[in-house]
Ligand binder design. Structure first.
Ligand code: GAL
Length: 479
């Protein structure tokens, strides 16, 4: 089962079912300089970065006192990953961080977004601190600063400590306390130097895939797990925001959401109503509570059952006024009315049936979707600043004499960036773009085959090669 199946198909069908169930080359290659835009068009305040996540790059899964996370356990035992790959070594960022951050700087990026591995800091998830793990992130941060790159930290990018999962993980309300302890520690420890923080990465994805469908760690299933984990993730997101704000003076506090434009197949009236329910699950469920709108029952009435897990004061506690929201868009969803599954009564028409361009993971390449999603999220009251905290594409990269001529990826960036610019010119407050990803890395259930990096990684030798798309950014971003 592919990840896209959650966001494109399974999120829809299964929820319904469930409710009824280096090497840096020194010389830049000169590209076609005909950009459809220039860096200046985005304005001086616009920030340019690349993103990654601890489990996808670090490796060193049991080194220097790190405890096991649910992803270590899942990849070792469950063997649900393509080719039986795992993140034991990944890009060995644990050893290679200096080189990788230097590469990011060489591409003229302003920002490096990475996540902290909770079980590197607290091996069992709570109480006992692992000083070597704490030190590692100090070094990563110091290296960023030395290279003139701003570190942006995600506190939770899916790698929950295994011992917390043994007590129920995100389905146990005690997670609110464990998460609070972890966020409090990290923000006090690193907050003097790091000002830009994201509480979570895509709650829709880690809750949906990990606690509803079981395709991601921790491999749990079912609607009750899903509803409980959703509610706890939303509460923890707001709590996390409050802790960052309390502990760090001048913090820029955000969190990130996956999002996809959802459209009715052939624009038929029957399909229009059906896709509203998909939109609710995919785009609205996790952001609206933080905006003070509560859960979006109007778009999907069965969600009301989440109130079974409410305690007094929760509605208020769900609200948090984020300084920015991170949006992460990879594809569009086209849906139509269906007689199955119940409650959703809608299904996706996959890209393969629509004769549209796709990437290696069968995600539809639909640049206008970036504009559409920016307009959709930009309409909410209370959104002050939007950063595209992830966007990117995987293609079959071929390395020939140490070079990767990934023209298709360059075209992808040009097209998506042009749509961001269009939305910005129309007043959407979008002020940053982070490529997913700096280097090729471990793509969750898809293993190492999909390559999203601006930098190619030979996973056997750990050698890095800047792709032509990396050089394209280097040239476009030079002052
Ligand atoms: C995002 C996720 C990233 C990365 C990316 C590419 O949803 O946050 O970790 O896997 O997808 O598919």
């Amino acid at each position: 089962m592919k990840r896209r199946d959650w966001l494109k198909i399974s999120a829809i069908t299964s929820i319904g079912l469930a409710f009824a169930k280096n090497t840096l080359a020194k010389t830049a290659i000169h590209y076609n300089r005909k950009y459809p835009f220039s860096k200046k068009d985005f304005g001086n305040e616009f920030i340019w970065g690349a993103a990654c996540a601890a489990y996808q790059v670090e490796g060193a899964w049991n080194v220097d006192g790190k405890g096991a996370s649910i992803w270590d356990t899942f990849t070792h035992k469950k063997r649900k990953i393509h080719n039986h790959d795992n993140g034991d070594q990944a890009c060995d960022f644990y050893q290679n961080y200096k080189n990788d951050i230097a590469l990011a700087a060489s591409l003229n990026l302003d920002v490096f977004r990475f996540s902290i591995s909770w079980s590197r800091i607290f091996p069992t998830g709570k109480n006992t601190i692992n000083t070597k793990g704490v030190q590692f992130y100090h070094q990563v941060i110091a290296t960023c600063k030395k290279q003139g790159i701003e570190p942006w930290i995600t506190l939770y990018h899916w790698d929950l400590p295994q011992e917390l999962q043994d007590e129920g993980g995100w389905t146990n309300r005690k997670i609110l306390h464990w998460f609070e302890e972890y966020v409090d520690f990290c923000t006090k420890e690193y907050g003097d130097v790091v000002k830009n923080w994201m509480v979570m990465n895509e709650p829709a994805a880690f809750v949906g895939l990990g606690y509803m469908l079981g395709y991601h760690a921790p491999g749990k299933k079912g609607p009750f797990n899903f509803l409980k984990a959703t509610h706890h993730a939303c509460l923890a997101m707001a709590d996390g925001g409050r802790i960052i704000r309390k502990n760090i003076k001048d913090a820029n506090v955000g969190t990130t959401f996956s999002c996809s434009p959802v459209e009715p197949y052939k624009n038929k009236t029957n399909n229009r109503k059906a896709v509203q329910r998909i939109d609710t699950l995919i785009n609205r469920l996790y952001i609206e509570p933080s905006l003070g709108l509560g859960y979006p029952y109007d778009g999907f009435p069965a969600l009301r059952r989440i109130e079974n897990y409410f305690e007094e004061g929760d509605l208020e506690r769900l609200k948090f006024d984020f300084d920015f929201i991170g949006l992460q868009n990879y594809f569009r969803i086209v849906g139509k009315k269906a007689i199955w599954p119940p409650l959703v009564w809608a299904k996706e028409v996959p890209a393969s049936k629509r004769n549209v361009p796709k990437n290696e993971m069968d995600f539809e390449i639909y640049p206008e979707g970036m504009y559409e999603i920016l307009k959709q999220f930009g309409q909410y009251d209370g959104i002050k600043n939007i950063i595209i905290t992830e966007n990117g594409v995987c293609f079959k990269d071929e390395i020939v004499n140490g070079k990767i001529h990934d023209e298709e990826r360059i075209q992808f960036f040009k097209d998506y960036l042009q749509n961001i610019l269009k939305a910005k010119k129309e007043g959407v407050p979008v002020n940053g773009y982070f490529v997913w990803s700096l280097t090729d890395n471990f793509e969750w259930s898809e293993g190492y085959e999909p390559r999203f990096g601006l930098i190619y990684v030979d996973f056997e030798t750990q050698k890095r090669y800047v792709k032509d798309s990396g050089y394209w950014f280097q040239e476009m971003l030079q002052d």
